[in-house]
Design a protein around this ligand. Sequence first.
Ligand code: SF4
Length: 170
Amino acid sequence: MEIKFAFKNLVLQPISLCNLNCTYCYLPNRDKNLRMKSEITEAVAKSIINIPKMRITWHGGEPLTCGLDHFKKLIQPFVFLEKEGRVKHSIQTNATLIDDDWCEFFLKHQFTVGVSIDGPQYLNKNRVDWSGKESYLRIIKGIECLKRNGLDFPIIAVVNHESLDKAKEI
Ligand code: SF4
């Protein structure tokens, strides 16, 4: 019997770790360095081989903490599906670790890069690292790197009681 697949989106978590520790974060293992093995993505690629179109969203933790070399290994099993236009990649990142090498990789594999930022600096006070330092300037540095490399990016922002009436600033 032929199996019909209804889903078109797949979320993969390459690592549980995050380099930030936002006060509102709900992820339980963001302090643990649990990295996905490449055997997993090999199995996933085989399992979607008969699906005509798939969006793969890479999420964390902070997915870039797994390192570019490891990420290249994880993505390798999907490359032939990418080339046939059957897989598109997205990644959701806090942008603090983005550099030119990551941008080159995103461009090569035609990633959609989504950045998490809560608005201007005074609305990003909850986005701190593990030593309690604000991350805003590191996020902006990553965003500047994306711009310099010609990568457009959507953003997602956490809106709370402090920022609810600051739509224009956000
Ligand atoms: S950047 Fe995202 S995953 Fe990391 S601590 Fe903040 S909300 Fe959680």
